[in-house]
Write a protein of this length. Structure first.
Length: 366
């Protein structure tokens, strides 16, 4: 399961990396703009900056300064009020990573869910682009926290009775909402790359990589940070061999685990292994990656231009909405995993002491 998660993530990361770097210099920016200023900016581009526009769209022109010249010309033909508005937008977008960090998960939480439902965890990770280090999470030590009882059940009322229907509906809704959040994240990255300009990609020579890379690299860094922490967690924790779940005769047990909400699945017994230098290195890289991700997101978002305040507010709202929905799904899944594990722990304790504890929890362990 570990390597399956890593391989799927690697394919996604590679695809995202290759797609924006097909050509050395893009000529596809500034064809469209965000709605509020599109008529004004198109008029300035076509009427006042036609020479720069022709040089920029010429596929035989490899001069990377063509984008710089065109952007400078359009800026010269904008009103001062619009320039002030763009400055306000840069502040608003620059604060977004800090705001999303208040909503976003820790790397430990995503990694823990990935041990049971790797695809869902990956879908939830991307729309929550600001993360915190594993040390800030109650799930920093999953071997202990999963065995602690919960104060509220994840399957109240009809959810506990209609198990098959509840599992199907809940899992379907989770994938649907997470998929929509990922699509929203990808679409907004596309908008920032092609409908606006990231000043940092023009100011800093990126070599053969086109100027549209910045928003897509943001997504790559999100996945990379979680991959590093997932590896670090696997180096520190392993499934308890004394409570290993009996091997299923089905070759699709991993698919059943992936599609089953944690509250309806099997408990996850983890034990902590001795620390190693390799784990320390992976943890250090993961924590460093969190800082790099935050700094990078702040730089690229604060350096966006050609976005009005009226267009920036919906962007921010959609980011926050996607992160909030994914955070709710993640919280529910981890709570359910903790519930079934802690109840199974009580059952084991009750049997070992001769007590009778009725339970409807699934038998076996992860």
């Amino acid at each position: 399961m570990t390597w399956r998660y890593i391989n799927v993530s690697f394919i996604i990361v590679t695809g995202l990396f290759i797609s924006p770097a097909v050509q050395a210099r893009t000529t596809y920016q500034l064809h469209h703009f965000f709605n509020s200023w599109e008529p004004t900016l198109v008029a300035a581009r076509d009427n006042n900056c036609s020479q720069e526009w022709n040089a920029y769209t010429d596929p035989n022109n490899e001069d990377r300064m063509a984008a710089y010249s065109l952007v400078s010309c359009i800026l010269r033909n904008m009103t001062e009020f619009s320039k002030v508005e763009m400055a306000v937008v840069s502040v608003v977008l620059g604060l977004l990573p800090s705001i999303l960090m208040l909503i976003g998960p820790t790397t430990a939480e995503i990694s823990l869910l990935a041990t049971r439902r790797p695809l869902l965890s990956l879908l939830l990770a991307v729309p929550m682009p600001s993360v915190r280090t594993a040390g800030e999470s109650p799930y920093q030590n999953p071997a202990t926290i999963l065995r602690q009882p919960v104060d509220i059940i994840a399957r109240p009322g009809i959810l506990a009775k209609a198990r098959i229907a509840a599992k199907t509906v809940i899992s379907g809704c989770e994938y649907l909402l997470a998929g929509l959040a990922v699509a929203n994240m990808g679409y907004q990255a596309y908008q920032l790359a092609y409908w606006a300009i990231t000043i940092s990609t023009i100011a800093v020579d990126s070599g053969p990589i086109p100027e549209t890379y910045a928003p897509f690299l943001w997504i790559l860094l999100i996945i990379a940070v979680h991959l590093l922490n997932f590896v670090a967690m696997k180096l520190r924790y392993r499934k308890d061999p004394e409570r290993e779940r009996p091997k299923s005769k089905s070759h699709f047990q991993w698919l059943e685990d992936e599609l089953t909400p944690c509250a309806f699945g099997n408990p996850l017994w983890l034990v902590q292994m001795d620390n190693t230098y390799l784990h320390l290195l992976a943890s250090y890289l993961a924590n460093t990656g969190v800082a790099v991700l935050f700094i990078y997101a702040t730089i690229i978002l604060s350096s966006q231009i050609f976005i009005s305040l009226g267009d920036a507010i919906p962007l921010v709202a959609r980011w926050i909405l996607g992160a909030t929905v994914c955070r709710a799904i993640l919280t529910y899944e981890l709570h359910g995993l903790r519930e079934v594990t802690s109840q199974a722990m009580n059952n084991v304790t009750g049997r070992s002491t001769g007590l009778s504890k009725p339970s409807k929890e699934p038998d076996g362990s992860a």
